[in-house]
Design a protein. Structure first.
Length: 398
């Protein structure tokens, strides 16, 4: 398949003139979403009411959409389900791994991981109160830190700040060789880079659908459980929809014999409808084409910005194999510079303490936008246009 990026771009509703380089944080609105959500509200909720759980397939949504996401992350059919938020799914996956390795006490992560993953793991260790330790090392030190004490590696494949990408296959193999399990957070991977969970032998994975999958703010997270574990892992949160027979209303919890056991409560049906429509975009997309174009876009942005902005320091790896689909530069006035860019119609974001972050998504970003964004950034740096009081005032979300 040869992906037609002119065609995919036409599937998105992006304000005229805006250069949107923040799809890694909140993907833009696919044109098909409002109609699909309106249909779910009016034709399903409005007309079918409670019968829609059966007749509009609401109850199967998490598994059906899980299979659509599975194709994008190299997962086996039936191994992915949707619901809750990524923070919750991290908790469930790490907890399941710890229960599968009761004789081991260490969760290994790195200091580039997103804080919520670290907080959830520490909170879980505290809750268990059975001597678990969250061990945090530098990303480059992960491989040598994997030893026989590790119960589970908890790694985010692509670093949210720097865009540095771990070698999933190599680290998963290393974890297994040491008798540990491997959990991968795919927040900045799903829809951004090709992922091969089954081929890499990952045990668990999770990610969100509001970033590169464009399902909108509050869209549900996904969780992957390798089929070899699906009938035995403990789901930690024993909600009724993870039960083998929710409508038998049994007194005791008996988990479903599949990834469905990671479901908890009632799914967010309207957000799932948005996700369903957003996933249609991917039907004509080959992840290998996405990767090739993403590297071309990020290479060009790095080259143009480095040539014109000597004060910005690249923190994203130059090596293709170690790069996700974003480019980040450090500058002490990064926040103000980003506000000046946003005022000029180039939307990226800022991550404390000093990082300007730009996400590149070939679905709707082309080479012309990369060049225009780099030129606007160069002008802002050369003229110090960022140094105005309004650009220094910090908002709640950066
Ligand atoms: C975006 C992101 C999250 C967000 O978690 P939510 O529960 O969806 O708010 C978690 N982990 C990583 C690595 C992320 O990049």
């Amino acid at each position: 398949m040869q992906t037609d990026f002119t065609a995919t771009r036409a599937l998105f509703d992006i304000p005229e003139g805006l250069i949107y380089l923040d799809g890694n944080s909140l993907g833009p609105l696919p044109r098909a979403v409002p109609g699909r959500v309106a249909q779910a509200m009016q034709a399903e909720w409005g007309q079918m009411l409670i019968t829609a759980w059966n007749n509009a397939g609401w109850m199967e949504q998490p598994a059906r959409l899980g299979d659509r996401v599975a194709r994008l992350i190299g997962a086996e059919p039936g191994s992915v389900t949707l619901g809750d938020t990524l923070s919750i799914k991290v908790f469930q996956a790490v907890s399941a791994a710890l229960q599968a390795r009761p004789e081991r006490k260490v969760i290994l992560s790195d200091n580039g991981n997103f804080p919520t993953d670290l907080y959830m793991a520490q909170g879980l260790a505290d809750l268990l109160a059975t001597g678990h330790e969250l061990r945090i090392v530098a990303p480059e030190a992960v491989e040598e830190a994997i030893d026989e004490t590790i119960a589970v590696t908890m790694l985010t494949e692509v670093d949210y700040r720097t865009g540095r990408k771990h070698d999933m296959k190599r680290l998963t193999a290393k974890a297994h060789a040491a008798g540990a399990l491997a959990f991968w957070d795919l927040a900045h991977s799903a829809g951004a880079v090709p992922v091969a969970l089954a081929e890499c032998g990952a045990d668990f994975a999770a990610g969100c659908t509001y970033k590169y999958l464009n399902a909108g703010p509050g869209a549900p997270a996904f969780i992957y459980v390798a089929p070899r574990h699906a009938a035995t892992v403990q789901p930690a949160l024993c909600g009724w929809l993870g039960h083998d027979a929710p409508f038998a209303f049994e007194q005791g919890y008996r988990p479903a014999p599949s990834t469905e056991r990671m479901r908890v409560g009632t799914p967010p049906v309207l957000q799932m409808a948005a996700l369903d429509a957003a996933l249609d975009v991917w039907d004509s997309v080959d992840m290998a084409d996405i990767r090739k174009q993403s590297l071309a876009l990020t290479d060009r942005f790095i080259a143009e910005v480095e040539a014109a902005c000597p004060d910005l320091t690249l923190v994203t790896p130059r090596d293709h194999a170690s790069r996700g689909s974003q480019v980040s530069f450090a500058h002490p006035e990064g926040y103000a510079i980003m506000q000046a860019l946003i005022a000029r119609g180039v939307i990226g974001d800022f991550r404390a303490p000093d990082i300007l972050r730009f996400g590149f998504t070939p679905l709707y970003i082309g080479m012309d936008e990369v060049e225009r964004a780099a030129a606007i950034l160069a002008e802002i740096m050369a003229t110090r246009a960022w140094d105005r009081p309004e650009f220094h005032a910090r908002a709640r979300v950066t």
